[in-house]
Design a protein around this ligand. Sequence first.
Ligand SMILES: [Zn+2]
Length: 494
Amino acid sequence: MRPTQTKRAVVFVTILFLCGLASLIPSAYAQKEGAKPKQSASPKTLRQSSRAAAGRRNPQISKIVSEIDARNIESTIRKLVSFGTRNTLSEQNNPNRGIGAARDWLYAEFQKAAAPSGGRMTVEKQTFEQPKAARVPQPTMLTNIVATLKGTQPESVNRVYVVSGHYDSMCNSPTDAKCDAPGANDDASGTAAVLEMARVMAKYKFDATIIFMTVPGEEQGLLGATHFAEEAKKNNMDIEAMFTNDIIGSSLGGNGVRDAHTVRVFSEGVPSNETQAEAITRRSVGGENDSPSRQLARFIKETSEHYAPSMKVWMIYRRDRYGRGGDHQPFLERGYAAVRFTEPNEDYHHQHQNVRIENGIQYGDLPQFDDFNYIANVARVNAASLAALALAPARPKNVVFPSGLANDTVIRWDANKEPDIAGYEIVWRDTTAATWTNLLSVGNVLTYTMKGMSKDNYFFGVRAVDKEGNKSQVTYPRPLPRNPTSRAPQTVAP
Ligand SMILES: [Zn+2]
């Protein structure tokens, strides 16, 4: 055990004594199989000890959070609005008006952001021809602006995190390319947040790779994001998480509620790409609340509690708002974990509206309805989570429950390949709890038995921890594939 680990162990042990849980100590730090039953401990007590054990902050992430500047976000939004419209079907070659002007300006700004990276951040125009579609009356060139900040750890450089906003806008009609469509909230807010994150984070080094992206065609049917996700899939890109920031601009809702301290994070429960066979397994063993996207939402919530405590991450357990969609969907459909960030209360007078005054009401998506400090705070939640993900190890692979009927729960996983792995943590929660409530450091082992805790009664997960204390996303175990010659774990007993 290294000195810092010893120190953490002492803190943890002290907390256990204070909580009257000294009987748990041998299992907590013995780093071998054999944890004692936890049922006697109240979840609240264990949550407190888990919080204490997880409380250490990474100074690089704190610095990134402090450097996000609302003034840059405001000036980006005002500039984007100045192009009159950014409808995907609008002018491509006018330097002052239309989506082409926005595209070229964004490309130049991301290049400026990349300059301090010493060549680690590269900026690319990913251009493609979109064929005719429901909201695309004729074939149209679309351009994603993609800034890639390469990871510095060889074992992690191919692990990618994507953060995105859409730079196109619309008024009442998605195919009206002439009307003014300022799109100050939808989605200059998300675009400006992504650009500001790129500007701040380009200076810092991360183990894994981060892609800062702004895309067109969202209002035309998620076209830019779909193209990127499809290319990523074709190239076997290992996207471990994708964030879309869409309508993160206002702290004042159409319901009159002012809330500058909440951001909604939408995550799906059942994966969009679930196969029939996976559905059958899920019905048998559960897991509809434990998709990779749901684990990502939990990671964001836990991370932002440490680094942006003034913000509440309000996890919404659905893919998107009721009946609506966003740029994370094409990623979900291709098997990537993805979530959507959106303000807590929307105002439909300022979404997809021609700019006008009617019955004394100002309609239109104008900058005067944005709250730039709020957007900066949402960007801080994003940046902290992205940085935490890209500094941490990959989530453990092949996490399984290898045994069948038993009151103890054995969990097994593959070794992470990063050279700075310190060990693993098992997390668990009651089946009705929203977030992981308990954790156990089990050391650098690849199997562990939770004695006296049946997988019937708890949800378990495993995460990897590196020597600096950076923690990966949680992997939810799956049952081992059915073995026809022996009693398989997922066999349904009557
Ligand atoms: Zn939008």
